[in-house]
Design a protein around this ligand. Structure first.
Ligand code: NAD
Length: 246
């Protein structure tokens, strides 16, 4: 029970890595805000946590909308009076090669993946500063480290999150707040649905472990980083990719 009674907000928690993370946090004793833009899947996600009574709430949030983000943080504080961890997990892809990418595709991915993380973190920062403690975890990607064909917009956001992580680690560390980024490789979730099978196989062939990651294998890293086991980790960028670039 490393996260007993810690209050955690997980964005994009209705499915994929976010849901696995919310489940893992709940199983380690955390009180979890399951936040997602898709209202249809939030209740099922909260039920899937297997959390105790009053241990999880569902909140509809659009991370691109500051008022909606503020309401998400207010809901956490109304339920439990504090915020100990924010997992900035919500993210999207709208892939196209550079020469084909529309300004709309570029802007939308920047708005959700980069500006959304700015909104959410700014919205919890004052609370964590007052508490003198907190953990901010950012969902970057191996694509942010190495780039990827067809992902100009996505790569920019995921590299940008590494800049956020290092900047906030400097700014917020003195206030007792730790910040870290996780860079998953290719993990079996719906976000990969648009990638052609042949391209996916090529990716898998590059992984020394010979398979895609599982959402639970990213969730366990977030749980570690959120816990006191990671009490001296700040500003770190942790690749969880099965060694895809070795
Ligand atoms: P997913 O598509 O399964 O889940 C993303 C969730 O975010 C969805 O539930 C979606 O409804 C929600 N969301 C989308 N836009 C939102 C918004 N504006 N406000 C709030 N919620 C919103 O994706 P996933 O694979 O679980 O990925 C989770 C995170 O991990 C993303 O940031 C992704 O970029 C990152 N990541 C995933 C992989 C992978 O291979 N799956 C690899 C590296 C990084």
């Amino acid at each position: 029970m490393r996260l007993k009674d810690r209050v955690a907000i997980v964005t994009g928690a209705a499915g994929g890595i976010g849901l696995a993370t919310a489940k893992r946090f709940a199983s380690e004793g955390a009180r979890v805000v399951v936040a997602d833009i898709d209202p249809a899947r939030i209740d099922a996600a909260v039920a899937a946590l297997g959390a105790g009574p009053g241990q999880a709430i569902g909140v509809r949030v659009d991370v691109t909308d500051r008022a909606s983000v503020d309401a998400m943080v207010a809901a956490a504080k109304q339920a439990w009076g504090r915020v100990d961890c924010l997992v900035n997990n919500a993210g999207i892809t709208l892939d196209a090669r550079l020469v084909k990418m529309t300004p709309e595709q570029f802007d939308r991915v920047i708005d959700v993946n980069l500006k959304g993380v700015f909104h959410c973190t700014q919205a919890v920062a004052d609370t964590m500063i007052l508490q003198g403690s907190g953990v901010i975890l950012n969902a970057s990607s191996v694509v942010g480290l190495y780039g990827n064909f067809g992902q100009t917009n996505y790569a920019a956001t995921k590299a940008g999150l590494i800049g956020f992580t290092k900047t906030w680690a400097r700014e917020l560390g003195p206030k007792g707040i730790r910040v870290a980024a996780v860079c998953p490789g290719f993990v079996a979730t719906p976000i990969l649905d648009t990638i052609p099978e042949a391209v996916m196989q090529k990716m898998v062939d590059k992984v020394p472990l010979g398979r895609l990651g599982k959402p639970e294998e990213i969730a366990s890293v977030y749980a570690f980083l959120a816990s006191d086991d990671a009490s001296y980790i700040n500003g770190a960028v942790i690749e969880v990719s099965g060694g895809i670039m070795l």
